[in-house]
Design a binder for this molecule. Structure first.
Ligand SMILES: Cc1ncc(COP(=O)(O)O)c(C=O)c1O
Length: 370
């Protein structure tokens, strides 16, 4: 085996090694003292709606708030049901629960996305919305999901927290649902220096309500229309986001080049490693580059000893979390997600990973199975 090479999962030290442009823009913001809402945040909101091709964007504290704001704007409440996939991040379901609604889980498919064929069976007269998740930065077939939702007259709210910069047949995540949520957490494709998020919609009525709800329900300084919350995006982060947005397409492009190369290498280990299908017309953000592997936990440890930082997203699907006990789910309810939770590994292929590092990861994995 060749000498050990470090393959870091965390790209933030590289990402923010040159902060000249951000400091310059921060200086303008600081001198303006526009620290709450204001033009720096509005600039970013405009830039992001233009990037996505939607009418309205509302900056929020984070992706979790963006999901809560989206669901609340649709009046989702106690007694309602919202369908989503069991292998997602806690926040997708946390948002449903925080609105008082009941999460209805669905299994996933071979691309680790919501299994669309199971959606119709789960629709009841209490179903108000489906939240498809762009899990890992890949996307389910949103065209099919929208069609099902229309048939049953229910809303689609995209959890596009990992999906910024992806495409499904030339249409971007966040342009399918009635109101959709994004995250700019440091490990997302468009990342800020802490927390940040957005909600997007083409519906003026929802936009108008969300804009007020994000800011305490205020109409002006002395009057509120209803009681809302403080979900405002920090202008300091909006400045970072504007800067990062300029580089986004380049970042996605590099990750796709890396992923394609790694896919081609790993495909030769098909007895032990399974690369998911990559259907034509789908561009992924590769927020997570995931493959199914044999002896996952042993491989993870082996790679860690060789300086390769791999991760698991996640070892326990949400229907098996103790937080979900009261909904009555049990083991084997969603066999695909449960299998994937035991076998998925996330490997670093971000924009700062070189071909040499990918070759090294491949050689190490190959050796592990020999
Ligand atoms: C699928 C998904 N939904 C929601 C969130 C929540 O976003 P945030 O961490 O910005 O609140 C995340 C990210 O953490 C996520 O990956």
């Amino acid at each position: 085996m060749t000498e050990k090479i470090k393959v870091p999962y965390n790209y933030l030290p590289f990402e923010f090694s040159n902060t000249k442009d951000i400091f310059k823009a921060w200086k303008k913001l600081i001198l303006s003292t526009d620290f709450t809402l204001g033009k720096f945040m509005e600039n970013f909101e405009k830039q992001f709606s233009k990037y996505l091709g939607v009418k309205y964007c509302i900056g929020t504290n984070n992706g979790t708030d963006a999901l809560i704001l989206s669901l609340k704007s649709l009046g989702i409440k106690n007694g309602d049901e919202v369908i989503t996939v069991t292998n997602t991040f806690y926040a997708t379901v946390g948002a449903i629960v925080s609105c008082g609604a009941r999460p209805i889980f669905i299994d996933c498919d071979s691309r680790y996305q919501i299994d669309i064929d199971q959606i119709e069976k789960k629709i009841s007269n209490k179903t108000k919305a489906i939240i498809p998740v762009h899990w890992g930065g890949a996307s389910p077939n949103m065209f099919k999901i929208v069609k099902i939702a229309k048939k049953y007259n229910i809303h689609v709210v995209e959890d596009a927290c990992m999906g910024i910069g992806a495409k499904i047949k030339n249409k971007k995540p966040g342009t399918f649902g009635i109101v959709n949520a994004f995250s700019m957490h440091p490990l997302k494709s468009l990342n800020v220096m802490g927390d940040g998020g957005m909600v997007v919609t083409n519906n003026y009525k929802l936009y108008n309500w969300m804009k007020k709800y994000r800011n305490h329900g205020m109409i002006n300084r002395d009057n509120i229309e209803f009681y809302g919350e403080n979900f405002r995006l920090q202008p300091l982060q909006a400045v970072v986001a504007s800067n990062q947005l300029k580089k986004l397409d380049q970042v996605i492009n590099k990750r796709n080049i890396n992923a394609k190369y790694f896919d081609s290498l790993l495909s030769s280990l098909e007895n032990n490693v399974s690369v998911p299908p990559r259907p034509k017309g789908y561009i992924e953000t590769f927020a997570l580059y995931m493959v199914l592997v044999k002896d996952r936990n042993k491989l993870l440890k082996y790679l860690s000893n060789l300086n390769i930082e791999a991760k698991i997203h996640y070892p326990k699907p949400l229907h098996l979390q103790s937080a979900s006990l009261k909904y009555g789910y049990k083991k084997n309810d969603f066999p695909i997600a449960e299998y994937q939770a035991k076998h998925l590994i996330t490997l670093p292929i971000h924009q700062f990973i070189s071909k040499k590092q990918i070759n090294y990861m491949f050689e190490c994995i190959k050796k592990f199975y020999q």
